[in-house]
Design a protein around this ligand. Structure first.
Ligand SMILES: [Zn+2]
Ligand SMILES: [Zn+2]
Ligand SMILES: [Zn+2]
Ligand SMILES: [Zn+2]
Ligand SMILES: [Zn+2]
Ligand SMILES: [Zn+2]
Ligand SMILES: [Zn+2]
Ligand SMILES: [Zn+2]
Length: 211
């Protein structure tokens, strides 16, 4: 027996490569009897769960309980996988973990708050491809003609006020929808997807100019 150094006759308990009388199978920390109880081994020495946790246990930063299974380490703290939550939406984070200023975010909220947003739909651009055009980021599916929402062909796109237009709709969008002449200076009024000279916006009902 590792404890009393007497020969063991009868039942033997072991921890690592060391053997004990069952009554001498004691916790290396608090000396409580461990016969029949759960224990942990540290360098062949058995320890009760409490003593083991005190020295080697991993506590969850959210619930303050010891973690027995898997855990995640973020910001030098350990977390139950279910207890690592986004500080914005409070949902458990199961994919990409983002950190900023000591706070933890899910990928979606991080992108929404700090990431890049699509110039058309204003939604965050998550992982995956995007297009940088007209000095702005766009979802691949969002970089389309501002009027017909169709992607551009070989003829390319034309810009009005930072938005792309196909050739056909550029013609329409760059002229006044009332007088059908080109709007040359930047003084134009946008109504829906169409443009007007400032003095060519009329109410459909009473035909009066709207200023
Ligand atoms: Zn003994
Ligand atoms: Zn103990
Ligand atoms: Zn926890
Ligand atoms: Zn979130
Ligand atoms: Zn978009
Ligand atoms: Zn178009
Ligand atoms: Zn006009
Ligand atoms: Zn009117």
């Amino acid at each position: 027996c590792q404890y009393c150094h007497e020969k063991i006759v009868g039942s033997i308990l072991s921890s690592g490569k060391k053997f004990y009388h069952p009554r001498h199978f004691l916790c290396g920390g608090c000396n409580c009897p461990l016969n029949g109880k759960p224990f942990f081994e540290i360098e062949d020495q058995p320890y009760c769960v409490t003593c083991y946790n005190d020295q080697h246990g991993v506590k969850c930063a959210f619930c303050n309980e010891f973690i027995t299974g898997e855990y995640i380490t973020v910001l030098n703290k350990n977390w139950h996988p279910d207890h690592l939550r986004c500080c914005e939406c409070n949902e458990p984070i199961n994919s990409v973990i983002e950190e900023k200023d000591g706070k933890i975010y899910c990928h979606k909220d991080y992108q929404r708050l700090f990431g890049i947003c699509c110039n058309k739909c204003n939604e965050p651009i998550l992982s995956g491809g995007y297009i940088t055009a007209l000095d702005k980021p766009w979802h691949v599916d969002c970089f389309v003609c501002n009027i017909c929402n169709k992607p551009f062909t070989e003829s390319g796109f034309f810009e009005i006020d930072g938005f792309p237009y196909c050739e056909k709709h550029y013609e329409i969008a760059s002229q006044c929808n009332f007088c059908k002449t080109k709007i040359v200076d930047n003084k134009k009024i946008k109504v829906g997807d169409l443009f007007y000279h400032p003095n060519h916006v009329f109410c459909t009902c009473c035909k009066k100019a709207i200023s």
